[in-house]
Design a binder for this molecule. Structure first.
Ligand SMILES: Nc1nc2c(ncn2[C@@H]2O[C@H](COP(=O)(O)OP(=O)(O)OP(=O)(O)O)[C@@H](O)[C@H]2O)c(=O)[nH]1
Ligand SMILES: [Zn+2]
Length: 309
């Protein structure tokens, strides 16, 4: 029987079968999901698994297999520096909640998020919240960000969770899609998720008893069914995606506006920093590539391989 993982506490999984049954699942043995990564969690929210009945009265099942993932998002394990933690799998899109005021999200933060989405092959949407606080200056800033990111190919929206403006467009975007929501502290991510899932009532089971002693369930991502047929994955405590494994010389591939120009650089191993006849630097000078995006490129480039990376 196939089932989708809605919640993982590390030892127990909440799954929903194809015919709509909620079950508690355990894992049998150890799966090796990917040869090239060490993962703290072999199964993540969004995974499609095969389950076999274990205890019918208790509605518990064993996970005996896992489908190949379309994509997945990682973060560095909070406990082990060199291990990764799969946050969620099989996503249609990833939504970043950002703000221009109280607090202001830096373009550096947004660009790191976008690079991660490119790496993971997940389409990205940037949603600026707290529109009710924006005066002309902030509205102008929003327009500037919107044109900068739309030119690169990302969707950009402006909403106010407090005043419920712009929410119809969000609803339309979420319909029949699996969407991951993230954002740094204070942007209103919890308010956003709660407004879409009032009281999170849609969740059908309380799994707080399942978790092992001392396990903080709130650090695990959780998926919710939306009334419109979509699924929302909330990522409590996750601020930033890991850019694990990215090499300096491949970074420009994760900036779409650079990717499309790479073949025009004189050197095919051009890093777009000091090299002569660099198509990227030329495009920045001609304002065809936004300078902020190039500065983010340089900043991420520098951070790769650095001690605190
Ligand atoms: N003015 C205004 N304030 C908002 C809006 N949405 C959320 N806030 C406020 O912003 C603050 C942070 O909201 P949260 O939903 O807790 O933000 P969060 O991103 O989940 O933050 P953490 O819980 O720290 O991760 C709260 O005081 C909210 O009331 C909005 O649309 N407009
Ligand atoms: Zn170049």
């Amino acid at each position: 029987m196939k089932a989708t993982v809605y919640k993982s506490t590390g030892s127990w999984y909440q799954v929903k079968t194809e015919d709509g049954q909620w079950l508690q699942a355990r894992m049998k043995g150890v799966f090796k999901i990917d040869e090239d990564i060490t993962s703290t969690n072999p199964i993540a929210v969004g995974d499609i698994v095969t389950v076999e009945a274990e205890d019918t009265a208790e509605k518990t099942v064993m996970i005996t297999g896992i489908n190949d993932r379309r994509n997945y998002i990682n973060r560095q394990s909070p406990r082990h520096k060199y291990q990764q933690h799969i946050v969620a799998a099989n996503l249609d899109q990833s939504i970043l909640i950002a703000t221009i005021k109280e607090p202001r999200t830096s373009t550096g933060f947004i660009d790191r998020f976008l690079v991660a989405c490119e790496m993971y092959h997940v389409p990205a949407i940037i949603v600026f919240n707290k529109k009710d606080l924006y005066k002309q200056k902030e509205l102008d800033k929003f327009e500037e960000y919107k044109s900068m990111y739309e030119a690169v190919g990302y969707k950009v929206l402006c909403i106010s969770v407090n005043e419920q403006t712009g929410m119809e467009e969000i609803d339309a975007l979420l319909t029949n899609k699996v969407s991951l929501v993230s954002g740094h502290s204070g942007v209103g991510k919890s308010s956003f998720v709660n407004s879409i899932l009032p009281g999170k009532n849609i969740k059908t089971q309380d799994v707080s008893n399942w978790s092992g002693k001392g396990m903080h369930t709130t650090t695990f991502a959780e998926m919710y069914d939306l009334p419109n047929g979509g699924k929302l994955i909330d990522t409590p405590g996750m601020r930033e995606f890991a850019l694990l494994g990215v090499e300096k010389d491949e970074l420009s591939h994760y900036f779409p506006e650079m990717r499309s120009r790479l073949q025009d650089c004189q050197f095919n191993n051009c890093q777009h920093i000091n090299e002569p006849k660099c198509a990227i630097k030329k495009a920045v000078a001609a304002q065809e590539i936004h300078e902020d995006r190039y500065l983010s490129y340089l900043s991420i480039y520098e951070s790769i391989g650095a001690a605190n990376y």
